[in-house]
Ligand binder design. Structure first.
Ligand code: 5GP
Length: 274
């Protein structure tokens, strides 16, 4: 099975997607090495296409300056290679923390198993997805394993403006795009303890053929390299420990000065800290 990912490049994403000069230079060089003159590369069953993001799909208002990004709600973005346990961890985190809301992505892939429209994903036709792209409805979108996935503005902006904490469970390319648009977004990468363990988990999961597992393992090597550009790394050796780590990240974010000033305004006023 052929697996592909289209990189939707936000103009300038390499330069300041929350990375320092050295990191962004390394990322840019690594990804650009993968791009052919035609703008695509196929490597280890992994295809990246360069697609400039236009003013149509990035709001200038949102990007400008970055200070408008100090919304009362937090935005957490969780990425991981397939089989690492990301979905189970996020699900458990949401069950423990009623203040966290998950953002439901749009996708063109058909529902799997018990998946329901509006619960796991908003399943839409490709024509509708492309219409949404042209209307600038997505903050980010990417092609992963031959299907299109996107995070709609609606899914995030109003909610974090309204003080909700939102979790996105998206691939690393989407995560780096989100960091560009929301510099305050908290990027969390979940690592497997080893490639051997990841391979065993993919086999135990029993969802994929050996060929697909091989592609997922090749892709995992590219994906794992991106962990260095995330704010936090959680190693999922033991589920409970990884869950604890995720909770700690969420909690620490809520203790930041700006958040505490908003949430404990009476204390701050009493202490003349306004
Ligand atoms: P699956 O089809 O297995 O549910 O998801 C495939 C991959 O697409 C996963 O890595 C998942 O996190 C990622 N994904 C899901 N929704 C989005 C999205 O809105 N944007 C991006 N960039 N990736 C997504």
């Amino acid at each position: 099975m052929h697996s592909s990912i289209v990189l939707v490049a936000v103009n300038g994403i390499w330069g300041d997607a929350g990375l320092d000069g050295q990191q962004s230079g390394d990322l840019k060089r690594r990804i650009e090495r993968r791009l052919t003159r035609q703008g695509t590369v196929k490597s280890q069953g992994f295809e990246i296409q360069k697609k400039p993001m236009t003013a149509d799909n990035v709001s200038n208002k949102t990007v400008a300056g970055g200070d408008e990004m100090d919304y009362p709600g937090n935005l957490f973005v969780v990425s991981a290679p397939s089989g690492t346990g990301k979905s189970s961890l996020v699900k458990a985190l949401l069950e423990l923390d009623s203040r966290l809301q998950v953002s439901i992505s749009h996708t063109t892939r058909p529902p799997r198993g018990q998946e329901q429209h509006g619960r796991e994903y908003l399943f839409i036709e490709e024509a509708e997805f492309r219409r949404m792209i042209s209307h600038g409805d997505f903050f980010e979108w990417a092609e992963v394993h031959g299907n299109l996935y996107g995070t709609s503005r609606h899914a995030i902006e109003e909610r974090i403006k309204g003080g909700e904490d939102v979790v996105l469970e998206i691939d690393w390319q989407g995560a780096l795009q989100i960091k560009k648009i929301f510099p305050n977004a908290v990027l969390i990468f979940i690592l497997p303890p080893s490639y051997e363990e990841l391979l065993q988990r993919l086999h135990r999961r029993g969802e994929d053929t050996s060929d697909v597992i091989e592609i997922r393992m090749s892709n995992a090597k590219v994906e794992v390299e991106q962990a260095q550009f995330f704010d936090y790394v959680v190693v999922n050796s033991l589920f409970e420990t990884a869950l604890f780590d995720l909770k700690a990240i969420v909690h620490a974010q809520r203790l930041k000065y700006a958040a505490q000033r908003r949430n404990k305004s009476a204390v701050f006023r009493a202490l003349n800290l306004v």
